[in-house]
Design a protein around this ligand. Structure first.
Ligand code: UGA
Length: 405
């Protein structure tokens, strides 16, 4: 099939590469000419395992462009542009601009909204622009994006049956359950799913706070025991310094505002957001409990990205922790396998980073950090992600693990 994809971020570039690999002819568009230049030269500007290889393998099926006219022959056009928040409310400017540009060159294509948009957006666009609109929300995770796209848990398609069926047919190869429904349900499923997952994380983080005060208790074992119950499930019960990234914080906030405008208060999601915001102070509290005074402490922070296997710093809790430690007067040095951001005190070699530090804080789940277990660490180590073996340290303080005063 001739397919267009507008917006070459994580979602758009992975969608384009996977659909090209399935034999479709893809026009991949972005308005950023530098980005398109990099895609064309093979210098892929998105850090995502396997993406570069998949793009290079499917070069013949994949044309990168900034020119909307190239979408003239597309039967289906995916829109995967950002929907950032502006003062806590979703901003749909990029989506509207993309639809407007598509309509000016192609009035027949089915336009598929992959971007996360509040319920009612697709139908509003349909009425305003008189175009065929289908909602097909995205559930891929950064760092696992290709596998999540090829093997999703489900495919959700919302819209008029004839168009929705056509879009669903593109994803038949995944063998995942396909739910065809209204646009509004599809849009809502995305927000409800992300908000539920964020809530699950905040829930276990509160249990972790409790475990820290109960002798002989450990949130890892509590989560494991809970997870055996199939009604609960083991995933997204990993306690830590909180969730970040370009989706959970933004989507929960936009969802809360959207509901408020409808006169509804989403109390549970509001609480999940507050618990997440409090995670940074929890690490400060743990440090103060240990050292009384943070001012003047030399701290090595491991990790600055919002999770492992990515260089993405958007809404990163680790980055927020770094800033908070600095505000509290600590002298912080950061080791991260891929990031080196201006304004942050980075050190490139883990061995050297350890020189003269008073404490170590693990802030991201990079598997590389396991190396520190063999480095004969004598200073207190605060494992904010519970990735290390406590036995390997003289003084190990783990999130959600009982710690005597
Ligand atoms: C998330 C969802 O998982 C995807 O399904 C969704 O498609 C995506 O948002 C989106 O809306 O585009 P992503 O933000 O890539 O994906 O990352 P996750 O792997 O979900 O992790 C989010 C945050 O939660 C990270 O900071 C991670 O460290 C944290 N987390 C995750 C925990 O603290 N504990 C857990 O048990 C799981």
């Amino acid at each position: 099939m001739n397919i267009g994809v507008v917006g070459m971020g994580f979602v758009g570039s992975v969608t384009a590469a996977v659909l090209a690999d399935q034999g479709n002819a893809i026009i991949a568009l972005d308005i950023d000419s530098e980005k398109i230049g990099r895609f064309n030269s093979g210098d892929i500007p998105i850090f995502e395992p396997g993406l570069k290889d998949l793009i290079l393998k499917n070069k013949r099926n994949l044309k990168f462009t900034t020119d909307y006219k190239m979408l003239k022959g597309s039967e289906i056009i995916f829109v995967a542009v950002p929907t950032p928040n502006l003062n806590g409310k979703i901003n749909l400017d990029y989506v509207y601009k993309a639809i407007d540009s598509i309509k000016s060159v192609n009035n027949d294509a089915i336009i598929v909204i992959k971007s996360t948009v509040v319920p009612g957006t697709g139908s509003k666009i349909k009425d305003e622009f008189n175009v065929k609109i289908v909602s097909n929300p995205e559930f891929l995770r950064e760092g696992n994006a290709i596998d999540d796209t090829i093997h999703p848990d489900r495919v959700i398609v919302g819209g008029e049956e004839e168009y929705a069926e056509k879009v669903a047919s593109i994803w038949k190869f995944t063998n995942a359950p396909i739910l065809i429904t209204t646009r509004e349900n599809a849009e809502l499923i995305k927000y409800a799913s992300n908000s539920f997952l964020a809530t699950k994380i905040s829930f276990i983080n509160e249990i972790a706070n409790l475990c820290e005060k109960i002798p002989n208790s450990d949130v890892e074992t509590v989560a494991k025991g809970m997870g055996y119950d199939r009604r609960i499930g083991p995933l997204f019960l990993k306690a830590g310094i909180g969730y970040g990234g370009s989706c959970f914080p933004k989507d929960t906030e936009a969802f809360l505002t959207y509901a408020e405008e409808l006169g509804e208060e989403l109390k549970i999601i509001k609480a999940a957001k507050k618990t997440n915001e409090d995670r940074i102070d929890r690490i400060i509290y743990i440090l103060k409990k240990k050292f009384v005074e943070i001012k003047g402490l030399k701290i090595l922070q491991l990790g600055v990205s919002f999770k492992e296997n990515t260089n993405d710093l958007r809404e990163s809790q680790a980055l927020k922790l770094y800033r908070s430690l600095i505000e509290n007067g600590a002298d912080v040095v950061v080791f991260d396998p891929v990031n080196a951001v201006e304004g942050i005190n980075f050190c490139g070699n883990l061995n050297d980073c350890l020189n003269g530090v008073d404490a170590i804080v693990v802030a991201t789940e990079w598997p590389e950090f396991k190396k520190i277990e063999d480095m004969n660490i004598k200073v207190p180590l605060i494992d904010g992600r519970r990735i290390l073996n406590p036995e390997r340290f003289e003084e190990y303080i783990g999130i959600g693990r009982y710690c005597s005063d």
